[in-house]
Design a binder for this molecule. Sequence first.
Ligand code: GAL
Length: 681
Amino acid sequence: MERILKGDKILLGTCYYPEHWERGLWKEDLWRMKKNGIVAIRVAEFAWNKFEPREGQYSFDFFDDFLNAAEETDMSVIFCTPTATPPAWLTHRYPEVLNADINGTLLRHGERRHYNYNSPVYRRFTAIITEKIAEHYGKHPNIIGWQIDNELNCETSEFYSDSDTGAFREFLKKKYQTLENLNAAWGTVFWNQTYTAWDEVFVPRKTASNSHNPHLVLDFYRFISESARSFVKLQSDILRKHIKSGDFITTNGVFANLDSHHMTAESLDFITYDSYPDFAYLLNADPVNSGDLNDRKWSRNLSEVRSISKIFGIMEQQSGSPGWNTRMEAPQPKPGQMTLWTMQSIAHGADYVSYFRWRTCTMGTEIYWHGILDYSNRDNRRLAELASIHQKSQSLSGIAGSVYEAAFGVLKDYDNVWDSRLDGWHRRLDEVSEAGIFQAAQLTHTPMDYVYLDDTARPEVLSKYPVLFYPHAVIMTEKRALLLEEYVRAGGTLVLGCRTAYKDITGKCPMVKLPGLLQRLSGADVVDYTLVSPDDGVITVEWEGTVIDTAVFNDVLEPLGNAQVAGTYTNNYYAGKGALIGNEYGKGRVYYFGSVFTRKTAEIFLKKLGIAEPYYPLIEAPESCEIAIRRKGERRFLFLLNYGKKPAAITFKQEVQDLYTGQSITGSLVLPAYGTGVYRL
Ligand code: GAL
């Protein structure tokens, strides 16, 4: 039996569905997995009927038998609660457990994730099935951990059932106490939306042209997140009573309208992620262009994941071509890509990588979602690649428990993430800057972290980064403003983008000079602003001899106090006016840039701020390769990942140890197409 994420090994697993296969295959499958390096499997997340085939009739034989097979083959098991797919008998008899769309139409049986988090009936059934399963299987020696539900908020992250409206009202009563406060927070005087009784308040419903009060919608997203979190907490509290000490609790995936950071802190031991980089090659994907990093973009997602848990697991790692019978077709992973995507996950902090799925399903919606094995069950090249990944992973055990090393951070917070989801102006800015900063970081080999802020964040969270970008913190609070001031005063460099701090926590725009709560810190005064239309062409900025692009939006800036204009617009009616303000503040410095960070602009910031390419003295690698370092104390491990279709020429300027071969190397080497290398520095 192997235990995962104990900081001593990098381990491999797979997702297995005993209910999809003849019992006669179980042991053969488990032995075959072991032979090829799989030490753990995840089971039961969609198998409610195997535990409760009819309301109130419980049966544990099926998974007892399966766990016996796991015991005989010494296979570790991650057991799941089955709440992502309620049984037909349940949804038919109690339709109030179903989720609804915005028109109130119920989402019916036949797919998955069609329940709502707030139905008292569903919560009761959830509590009972979780308790029964945990009581019965909790002490099984082969179980090493638990997954709650499956991919919360995947498929849909919006909830419009009657139970949701009821719970939304309770959420709002707690938050605002009185309708007067609620009306003020939501600005309901606008368009005569004033509420006079709590039962006039609903989750968003269909409106004339599909827009709704934005302050209500922002609270609605917060409410969805709280609903999902409390649903997870309900289950984790029950599991904790029954499971063995040392067994972990997790859930898989990171999805919209869910504060995964707080969910993990309050209910889980760590997060696990489901990584499907082959989505980059979907038939209907955007045409490849130079800024498109394809499968490498999953490093952005993995950076989000490690902002939740520095060391995490991959519960589902792509091992075959994706595709439901209705959507999502992409090629099979090319030889090498399964290894590449595995090493991509490990480079960012995954100490456990579990492949989705052992064998491609022969029935149902996912008949085209390929696993390691095809329907035929014959040995294939993906199984051979798994065995070779296993061989490599064995030489990486020293890396377990080490953490990703970043040269700078990008600040985020859920208020702004959710505001950007509902506010088209905000969203446009975020999309460009998120992609631009990530691409610049990747292509200049400058590793970055995401850092999530809330009002309780401690200064230590920020102070380890010499440079922080907070691209478009449209919503700002006093506490966050003070935290940023403290960071800069102590010597940090903070880079802000346009439209900073013009909204309060309700999403309303106070009557203040911009950038509102950050005016003193930034030394910038936004005297005019405009969206940039295609008719305006590209508006550029001159920054100490360098010309940089702007896009989407321009804030026209004047300096306050000792602040300086560091860059000016070169065209449009505000040519010659301030586009970039630099402000010395305490021991640090703030830059307020009046636009978004395109890839090229972000690259120039990284270079001018002296943080680009920190590994240049050690290694030279082409743009097609990602470089990542994981560190444990003095020990550092370098990952080299070639996403390109062509071999990449690398030069090591210092001697390193190739962990795959154990040999010391220096000088030039060639990494094949989709090749990877891991080196001890
Ligand atoms: C994930 C999900 C799996 C499987 C896979 C392929 O989102 O957790 O159950 O559906 O995608 O579609």
